[in-house]
Design a binder for this molecule. Structure first.
Ligand code: UD1
Ligand code: CA
Length: 481
């Protein structure tokens, strides 16, 4: 029968080597604070409770965890960071489990760790009833900084921290990724006995490996290093971020998405992509973005929390935040969809068009150079080049309503609040300050006057004026224009 599983994630450390005002575990990997991933891995592996030990920057870490995992995570505070052993000791009371449970212990700075790695570890632990401690181990060519695995007759007997290693031990490539499954009763009995007899003067959790080796032996499971490296500085942060992004891109590729150049795109954890979607170079997809089947996201687009429906086409360099794009809609190049924009089915938003809190109905078009803020645009509406929804009077935002089939001529200003009725026609260059009834024509222009033959006379006069000004400028030593 399998044991109850709980988990402790250590995240109280300062992360000195990050040289940052932000706690290390909140630095982002693939769009989420790195602490997200070990917590998620523990939950995926079946942990009934995850206790996260926080300390440095604890308010921010705690608020992220509560917001994201709510009741599934318990927070414990380690006031003073006295080492990994001390951190787990602080977590023990919060575990609240019957004896016989198995405790997964993980670090908050190992974001590539997967639920599968943990399940494999738990299975290995199950296989040896006498052993009190099971751990993952792995090897890399240069394990500088990590605790090294010391073996005797093939069995793990101790972990030696880098700073406590002899020169010969520093050459050992097998290191401790700090992923353990430990018997709860053993933890409770042994943690209080730890002493700080090491170079750092800390209580090392790793000393329990020595104790467990003497008891019933240590179960070790060799795992793939690619998911077990930790982050201590910003170079490692960038490296693991890239590695995770490539893994995410690959998953999407294998699920039927065309990603032209995976090394150039950034598709964050949590983004979903439909089959046959096409992601071109230098695209960034963040947050809760979803891309529908057969949609095309062309070069250089940056989308944050955008829902793109099937067959939509985002042309190059379009930017969207918290927006919706309907089926077969066309966006860009160079469109800007700001929060609460909702582009309907088959609608078009063209170059240098900015939308904010505006709904564009089915088949409506705003193809060139426009600002549509706080708008409700019906179906089949044509918004001409250079149209501005004048939504802001310096104090309040006002709404512009364009009913189905309305036509807005180029270079019109619509001073909100305002409504243009069904099928109405607003002539080019109109400044609209009153509602337009359905089917009406609105035009506000000063009447044009043509003065026959006046062009030549005007030019002659202007020329004379400018040569006088030029000679004056010459006198004072400046160049005339
Ligand atoms: C630790 C291991 C080392 C292993 C490495 C893997 C020990 C003594 N060493 O070293 O064998 O190779 O991880 O990445 O365990 N933390 C606390 N409270 C503390 C100290 C640390 O919560 O008082 C947390 C940190 O926030 C971090 C984790 O524990 O998330 C590991 O601490 P860190 O200082 O990074 O340990 P390493 O030196 O990397
Ligand atoms: Ca570390």
């Amino acid at each position: 029968m399998s044991k109850i599983i709980t988990a402790v994630v250590l995240a109280a450390g300062k992360g000195t080597r990050m040289k940052s005002a932000t706690p290390k575990v909140l630095h982002a990997i693939a769009g989420r604070p790195m602490i997200h991933y070990p917590v998620r891995a523990a939950l995926e592996a079946g942990a009934e409770r995850v206790v996260v030990v926080v300390g440095h920057g604890r308010d921010r870490v705690e608020s992220y965890l509560r917001q994201t995992f709510a009741e599934r995570v318990k927070i414990v505070i380690q006031e003073e960071q006295r080492g990994t052993g001390h951190a787990v000791l602080m977590a023990l009371p919060a575990l609240g489990v019957p004896s016989g449970a198995r405790v997964l212990v993980l670090s908050g700075d190992t974001p590539l760790l997967r639920g599968d790695d943990l399940r494999a570890l738990l299975t290995a632990a199950e296989g040896d009833a006498r052993s009190m401690l099971a751990m993952l181990t792995t090897s890399i060519p240069d394990a500088t900084g990590y605790g090294r695995i010391l073996r005797e007759n093939g069995h793990v007997v101790a972990i030696r921290e880098h700073k406590d290693c002899s020169e010969a031990q520093k050459k050992i490539r097998e290191f401790n990724p700090a992923v353990y499954a430990i018997d709860h009763a053993f933890l409770a009995a042994e943690l209080p006995k730890l002493t700080p007899n090491n170079a750092a003067g800390e209580l090392y959790l790793t000393d329990l490996v020595t104790t467990a080796a003497l008891f019933g032996g240590v179960v070790d499971r060799v795992a793939d290093a690619s998911s077990l490296e930790g982050i201590n500085d910003r170079a490692q942060l960038a490296e693991l971020d890239r590695r995770m992004l490539l893994a995410i891109a690959r998953q999407h590729q294998l699920a039927g998405v065309t990603i032209r150049e995976p090394a150039s795109v950034e598709i964050h954890d949590g983004v979903t992509l439909g089959q046959d979607a096409v992601i071109e170079r230098n695209v960034v997809l963040r947050g809760r973005t979803t891309i529908g089947e057969h949609a095309v996201v062309d070069v250089g687009c940056v989308l944050t929390d955008v829902a793109v429906a099937a067959y939509a086409h985002l042309k190059p360099y379009s930017i969207g935040t918290d927006a919706k794009i309907g089926e077969k809609a066309q966006i860009g190049p160079f469109s800007h969809l700001r929060p609460a924009s909702d582009v309907g089915e088959d609608a078009h938003v063209g170059n240098f068009v900015e939308l904010k809190k505006t709904r564009l109905g089915k088949g409506s078009k705003a193809n060139h150079l426009a600002y549509l803020g706080d708008g409700e645009v019906g179906e089949g509406v044509n918004v001409g080049a250079g149209t501005i929804f004048c939504n802001y009077d310096g104090f309040k935002k006002h709404v512009t309503i364009l009913e189905d089939g309305a036509f807005i001529g180029s270079d019109s200003q619509l001073v909100a609040p305002i409504r243009v009725g069904k099928g109405a026609y607003v002539a080019t260059g109109t400044t609209l300050t009153r509602d337009v009834p359905a089917g009406a024509l609105a035009i506000s222009r000063t009447k044009q006057e043509n003065k026959e033959g006046y062009a030549e006379r005007l030019k002659t006069r202007l020329k004379a004026g400018s040569s006088m000004a030029g000679s004056k400028a010459g006198d004072s030593g400046k160049s005339g224009t």
